[in-house]
Write a protein that binds this ligand. Structure first.
Ligand code: SAM
Length: 196
């Protein structure tokens, strides 16, 4: 098997196991990542590395290390302001309007038309990295809750990288405190404005 064929097999394995498609134009980049992992795992050639991630005793863990190099974990709070503004100004009002108009039903119970109801709004942060996106969503929705009739919400956050998820989980308490602090300052600001 040539070096190019080995890289192609690894590219296919990544797609099959993780759903990540490494585009043709990034073939050389993938080769670089594979070389780096071959050095780290003391593999003599690409074929040995392919065998390691396919059937080796540590195949799952090593595959995770490779996927970590392939994915880009860049994130920050309110990273995509346009997307969040669209959620706040277009998607959320439309969802609330449709619930209000139809009197959305809960399992086993009905609500009156005009009530936004208790069925939670579910948002999926797919590829949440270390959690800044779901927390930005939470802060935005908490602010909206103050302004208008808004259903309760749930945010589900997933990522292919176990390391990113571990960091997101570890930071949960810190970020909860950030959300509380943000709410406190917003309320204080609103009170001060009202009392002027
Ligand atoms: C550039 S970061 C963006 C993080 C966040 N959505 C934001 O906008 O701040 C992309 C994230 O998607 C994750 N990712 C890429 N492909 C994925 C897949 N197939 N399934 C789950 N997560 C994936 C990566 O691990 C990475 O953490």
């Amino acid at each position: 098997m040539s070096a190019a064929q080995v890289t192609e097999s690894i590219r296919q394995l990544i797609a099959e196991r993780s759903g990540l498609v490494v585009p043709e134009r990034d073939f050389q980049v993938l080769r670089g990542y594979v070389s780096a992992r071959m050095v780290a795992t003391a593999c003599q050639d690409g074929l040995e590395y392919l065998e390691l991630i396919s059937n080796g005793t540590n195949a799952g863990a090593e595959f995770t290390q490779l996927v970590k190099l392939v994915t880009v974990g860049h994130t920050r709070f309110f990273r995509n302001p346009g997307q969040l503004a669209a959620l706040r100004d277009i998607v959320l009002p439309a969802l609330i309007a449709s619930r209000t108009a139809t009197g959305d039903t809960l399992a086993g119970s009905t609500r009156a038309v005009g009530d936004v109801g208790a069925r939670p709004l579910r948002i999926l942060s797919a590829g949440c990295s270390t959690g800044e996106e779901p927390y930005s969503l939470a802060m935005l929705l908490l602010a909206e809750e103050q302004k208008r009739a808004c259903p309760p919400f749930e945010i589900i956050a997933t990522d292919i990288s176990p390391d990113s998820l571990a960091k997101a989980r570890a930071d949960v308490l810190v970020r909860r405190a950030q959300v509380r602090r943000e709410r406190f300052h917003r309320r204080l600001h609103e009170t001060l404005l009202r009392d002027r």
